[in-house]
Design a protein around this ligand. Structure first.
Ligand SMILES: NC(=O)C1=CN([C@@H]2O[C@H](COP(=O)(O)OP(=O)(O)OC[C@H]3O[C@@H](n4cnc5c(N)ncnc54)[C@H](OP(=O)(O)O)[C@@H]3O)[C@@H](O)[C@H]2O)C=CC1
Ligand SMILES: O=C(O)[C@@H]1CCC=N1
Length: 266
């Protein structure tokens, strides 16, 4: 994708993770990236790398081919209206905000332009995100460009906008759920004899291996579980006890609680 200038408006957790991902794979030169936030001192590490850091959103947006909106959902309208004079029909506007429709974002803009919603997760920092993207007012070439951008930092998919809330839960919140699994496994590992550092190393690599088995072989989790469970063995005893205690059920209920909060604000 030919991008001359990319602006990240709102360099917080996700905005800076994307900047790190862009820099790590050399997709853009530091001088082509602009990042803003009000407390610019918190972006010093980017300034030192040659990224353009500022609290001036209009300056960052001016002439940018791609603008990523990394502010909180309740800050989005004000920020889009602020940069409005810098937008033109060819600007690719990508919102990272949860729960704000493309139609609403378009209504904050003075011109009709291609609007994308992207839902990466924080693994974008190391090029391992699962990023779902929806497109609005965009042509095929623009869709391909945005998909290519996020594909450089993990896997990326175009999905219907109505699935953005579901993708937020499964992929973006999903990182936190997976971390909690690893933390719990680590705590169990300590109780059965490992020091915390070793327990964390073993748990994290085990989860990585499990995910890679599915990704690389395209198998179903139960196929892989069947290979581990010996009849009357220890794995099936532990797994069944976890299910008796509501393991799958609690995960599904947690997913639904997050989803309902996006959909209904509950
Ligand atoms: N964290 C995650 O994993 C994911 C988050 N999201 C979405 O991404 C968005 C950002 O989330 P997250 O990064 O976690 O939030 P953060 O609070 O970490 O980042 C928001 C940033 O916006 C900056 N900001 C606020 N007001 C302005 C302004 N007027 N102009 C410029 N910058 C401003 C804030 O900095 P300052 O106060 O210094 O201005 C802050 O750095 C949210 O909409 C969220 O829904 C989506 C997917 C995953
Ligand atoms: O928790 C949140 O609201 C945001 C959306 C997805 C990840 N973080």
């Amino acid at each position: 994708m030919k991008v001359n200038k990319l602006a990240i408006i709102g360099g917080g957790n996700l905005g800076t993770a994307i900047a790190k991902g862009l820099l790590a794979n050399g997709l853009l030169e530091a001088s082509q990236i602009y990042i803003t936030r009000r407390r610019t001192a918190l972006l010093n590490e980017f300034l030192e790398k040659g990224v353009n850091v500022s609290n001036d959103n209009r300056l960052a947006a001016s002439g940018a081919d791609v603008i990523l909106l990394g502010v909180k959902p309740y800050q989005l309208e004000q920020v889009v209206k602020e940069i409005g004079p810098e937008l033109n029909p060819n600007t690719i506007l990508i919102s990272l905000a949860t729960g704000i429709s493309s139609e609403s974002i378009q209504s904050f803009c003075p011109v009709k332009l291609p609007i994308f919603r992207a839902m990466p997760n924080t693994a974008i920092e190391i090029g391992e995100s699962m990023t779902c993207v929806s497109a609005y007012n965009a042509n095929q070439e623009q869709e391909d460009q945005v998909l290519e951008l996020f594909s450089q930092m993990g896997q990326a998919l175009i999905i219907p906008e109505e699935l953005m809330a579901a993708s937020t839960v499964l992929a973006a919140c999903g990182i936190a759920y997976a971390m909690r699994f690893i933390r719990a496994a680590t705590q169990g590992g300590i109780e059965i004899g490992f020091g915390s550092k070793l327990a964390l190393q073993i748990s994290a690599q085990t989860i990585k291996g499990a995910a890679d088995l599915l990704i690389q072989k395209g198998t179903h989790p139960e196929d892989e579980i069947d290979k581990v469970t010996t009849p009357r063995g220890v794995t099936i005893s532990g797994l069944n006890e976890m299910e008796h205690q509501g393991f799958s059920s609690s995960l599904i209920k947690g997913l639904l609680t997050s989803f309902n909060k996006i959909e209904n604000g509950k």
